[in-house]
Every structure is written in structure tokens, then in C-alpha cells.
Write a protein that binds this ligand. Structure first.
Ligand SMILES: [Zn+2]
Length: 85
């Protein structure tokens, strides 16, 4: 019985977490992993690797605000439209 509990914590739970992370990335969900460098979809300016979040949404879920045109960009490099944040 103890081996089943140990296997759950060592193998099954991390595999399930990786599966969820992969799915979130595939569907461009806020909890997925984005590319390391993105460019602004409006002006094409590459965004900084190290960023300072300007909104609560950017703090929690990633994303950028373009310094040139003010476009809000999600972590995948697509324009993010205004939300209540
Ligand atoms: Zn821009």
C-alpha cells in the first residue's frame, strides 16, 4: 500500500502536472509556458526578456505592454484586449 502512495507522489502527480502544463500551453491558456522572446504584434518591437509587469494580469499570468505603442501583449506574443484588471 505504501508503494502505491509513493508512486503517486513520485510518478503520477508530476506526470499529471506536466500534462496539464502541456495542455495549457497548447491552447494558449494563461497558465501555459510562453516563448522566451516575443515581439509586439503592432509595431514589431522585440519585448525585453526581463519585464516589469504593469498590471495585475501581467504579474500573475505574464505578458507585456509595448513601450513604443502601448499595445498589451499576452505571453504568447498576441495582442491582449482590455480586461477588467
Ligand atoms: Zn508595439
Amino acid at each position: 500500500m505504501e508503494i502505491l502512495i509513493a508512486m503517486t507522489f513520485v510518478i503520477v502527480a508530476p506526470a499529471a502536472a506536466c500534462g496539464v502544463l502541456y495542455y495549457q500551453t497548447e491552447v494558449d491558456a494563461p497558465r501555459g509556458l510562453g516563448p522566451l522572446r516575443v515581439s509586439c504584434p503592432h509595431c514589431g518591437k522585440p519585448q525585453r526578456f526581463l519585464r516589469l509587469p504593469s498590471t495585475a494580469h501581467e504579474f500573475f499570468f505574464g505578458g507585456y505592454t509595448c513601450g513604443d505603442c502601448g499595445c498589451r501583449i499576452n505571453k504568447y506574443g498576441r495582442e491582449r484586449f482590455a480586461q477588467s484588471d
